[in-house]
Design a protein around this ligand. Structure first.
Ligand SMILES: *Cc1c(COP(=O)(O)O)cnc(C)c1O
Ligand SMILES: [Zn+2]
Length: 420
């Protein structure tokens, strides 16, 4: 892996070779998240935009030269990446914008953005010959690891809060993972998983701990920019829990700037749920995320519920270094955004995915967005992940079904009453 120059601790700046450390900076433990740094001259000689133009690989592996894996690494067979970027002209018009796109990562194999990271995790674990991979998760990272492990018959142990939505737990059990339903929060599941990985020697996929997860997640920015003909957007809206996705979005854009493939850095807009807004608060109040204590997290958007965002250093940098902003939206705003996005574009998002769109609406309301900016909203998860959330959303906007007898006269009455 001569294209990786080193791993760098975000706290002390100390550098390591990839074979020296697997996860965090030994001097800083849990907080010492590492950033993978590349030799862009070398990468630029190995891969060009022209090569990509002719590439027939429509997965994250079309960017393998920019990922922390061996050139000949065997990759899992599930098709992860190259999700659609829909131009949403009609919805844009309705909310007073001229250029809006929706990147639909609900279309990934296990129906959330997390597949991008888990695909890389499985390759890294197999590179190390790991017998078992483990992760803690609010549900989607678990489902992603579980599904990708199933595709290569890789044993794995998963820790999720007992209260995770049933669809996510069903995915884990169906894929054949060993599932630990933790009586506690995601934060509790995370602690237990780290202790277990330590004690049993399992490969650890945890977010904000394993430095390679950011690298899988950065592929979304490669795709967005390539799908826009390498004309980077002006702003990208993404929802934030642990902060790994937003850090990945930033990393991908930094890679492209370093290669000279895009000419400006988009502003990154991080959207948090009001009841789980650690990063929004820290950003607004100028607090140091290394000393700010955990908050109590409570939101209907389970995938972005995190009392102590594990990737908070990268998450904060993504917003401050790009001139973006953090936004906070209420649960009702999030839930109402599910039908709004679905009706405006045909994209069905789970609450955490719709939160990004709720954030865009808030930013418009607050005058943070200029009507002619080119804006991308990332949907991070499929609506079928949380049917109860979707039903609350439609109830909020006042939509209901009609119960009708199997009889045309009964139907006529309803049609007459509703269409008059
Ligand atoms: C995990 C997740 C997020 C948030 O990602 P973080 O890296 O935790 O900030 C947002 N939406 C969905 C659907 C997710 O699964
Ligand atoms: Zn360090």
């Amino acid at each position: 892996m001569d294209h990786i120059s080193h791993l760098k601790c975000l706290i002390c700046g100390k550098t390591y070779q990839p074979d020296e450390v697997d996860y965090v900076c030994p001097d800083h433990g849990r907080e010492g998240i590492l950033d993978v740094q590349y030799d862009y001259d070398l990468i630029g000689r190995r891969l060009s935009k022209g090569d990509l133009f002719h590439s027939t690989t429509f997965t994250i592996w079309r960017y393998k030269t920019l990922l922390p894996v061996q050139p000949n690494a065997k990759v899992p067979p599930l098709s992860v990446g190259w999700t659609p970027l829909y131009r949403a002209d009609r919805l844009a018009g309705e909310i007073g914008l001229q250029h809006l796109w929706v990147k639909d990562d609900g279309r990934l194999p296990t129906a959330s953005f997390k597949d991008r990271a888990s695909a890389v995790a499985v390759v890294k674990a197999q590179e190390k010959g790991a017998a078992i991979i483990t992760t803690a998760s609010t549900g989607n990272a678990a489902a992603a690891l579980s599904g990708i492990c199933a595709s290569v018959k890789q044993p794995n142990v998963i820790f999720v809060p007992e209260a995770a939505p049933p669809a996510k737990i069903a995915q884990l059990l169906t894929f054949g993972s060993q599932v630990m339903l933790v009586r506690g929060t995601y934060d509790d599941a995370f602690e237990l998983c780290l202790a277990a990985a330590d004690e049993f020697g399992w490969y650890n996929r945890n977010t904000g701990f394993n430095p390679y997860m950011t690298e899988g997640k950065k592929t979304v920015s490669f795709e967005i920019c390539e799908q826009l003909g390498w004309q980077a957007p002006d702003r990208i809206f993404v929802s934030v829990g642990d902060g790994c996705i937003i850090g990945g979005v930033h990393k991908g854009l930094k890679d492209l700037l370093a290669l000279g493939w895009i000419d400006h850095m988009p502003k990154i807009m991080g959207v948090q749920a009001e009841g789980s807004s650690y990063l929004y608060q820290a950003w607004k109040n100028g607090e140091d995320v290394l000393t700010k204590p955990a908050i109590k997290a409570q939101t209907a958007a389970d995938s972005i519920s995190a009392g102590l965002p594990r990737d908070r250093l990268k998450a904060m940098a993504a917003v401050t270094e790009t001139g973006g902003a953090y936004l906070s939206v209420t649960d009702d705003e999030i839930l109402a955004a599910i039908p709004a996005l679905a009706r405006g574009t045909g994209v069905f998002a789970e609450p955490a995915g719709a939160a990004a769109y709720a954030g865009l609406l808030k930013a418009i309301e607050q005058g943070q967005v200029h009507p002619n900016e080119r804006i991308v909203v990332i949907n991070t998860g499929n609506g079928l992940k949380d049917v109860a959330g979707a039903m609350k959303g439609v109830e909020l906007v006042g939509t209901k079904a009609y119960h009708v007898a199997p009889d045309i006269e009964a139907l006529r009455q309803i049609i007459k009453n509703t269409n008059s």
